[in-house]
Ligand binder design. Structure first.
Ligand code: OOG
Ligand code: MG
Length: 262
């Protein structure tokens, strides 16, 4: 077990890497026994320092919910991270590369909740608390050298590689939409780069919200009404470079668009 001073120290290392734009070695090299629960403690400490600096929580992200992502990262278990207001880039806006380390982008379905959701819920209970869904692009940036060769506790501690995210301008009520049959098409510079069916995300991306509530419940937390929830990428992520423009089109939902600047 690591004590609270180590939790603070490790979250400080990750914060320094994020703010300074310089990768660090994965935490498990020095702390090989680090477990997922400790990873979430480090994550929470990092989020608390962002909140102390004036950021607010606007939602959560699930990660590693599709086979494509699990294979790309060599990890096999859904995890969650926290999204703050300063991570959000407006639809049709510009993501500035700035001091990002090795950013990538990936296509997701996001949920917007309208009720507090807590505990072990059924799919129906979760859907009852959802206002609607929206196409989203998540921009990842691991604070670890090499991006890939970390373990679950490392990536959890690093707020699941969160950097920024963009959601489309229109939230579509689920109504008669078949959540397991949406086609996600991600275009890079107007060329189709990645595509997949929403069913690749836990068979139905709403299952990611079920899983998130259950994971949060294990820490005594609930998902507040008004949250944005990224359900996890349906395809592998694509590396970003200055000058790219990226859009995600989902026929039933519309699209979301971002440009990459310096
Ligand atoms: C971990 C975060 C995974 C997703 O959508 O699966 C994720 C990573 O890929 O570094 O956000
Ligand atoms: Mg993601």
């Amino acid at each position: 077990m690591i004590d609270s001073s180590v939790v603070s120290q490790l979250s400080g290392v990750l914060d320094g890497a994020r703010l300074g734009g310089k990768a660090v070695q994965r935490l498990t090299l020095d702390y090989p026994d680090l477990n997922n629960i400790e990873g979430y403690k480090i994550q929470k400490k990092g989020i608390n320092s962002r909140l102390e600096a004036g950021e607010t929580v606007v939602g959560y992200k699930m990660g590693l919910t599709s086979k494509a992502k699990m294979e790309q990262m060599g990890l096999d278990q859904p995890i969650y991270g926290v999204l703050t207001n300063s991570m959000q880039v407006a639809d049709k806006g510009t993501f500035s590369l700035g001091n990002a380390i090795h950013p990538k982008i990936e296509p997701e379905i996001a949920f917007v909740t309208c009720k507090d959701l807590g505990g072990k819920l059924s799919l129906e209970e979760v859907l009852d608390g959802v206002e609607g869904i929206v196409p989203a692009l998540e921009i990842l940036d691991s604070r670890f050298e090499g991006f890939k060769y970390f373990s679950l506790p490392d990536v959890i501690a690093d707020n699941c590689s969160s950097s920024h995210f963009v959601v489309g301008s229109n939230v579509t009520p689920i109504g008669a939409i078949d959540l397991a049959a949406l086609q996600l098409e991600m275009f890079v510079n107007e060329k189709l780069a990645e595509s997949a069916s929403s069913s690749t995300v836990l068979e139905n991306p709403a299952n990611a919200v079920v899983e998130l509530c259950s994971l949060m419940d294990s820490f005594g937390e609930t998902l507040p009404a008004g949250s944005i929830v990224l359900s996890g990428a349906a395809t592998k992520a694509v590396s970003l470079e200055v000058g790219m423009n990226i859009s995600l089109k989902v026929k039933e939902l519309g699209d979301v668009f971002v440009t990459v600047g310096e």
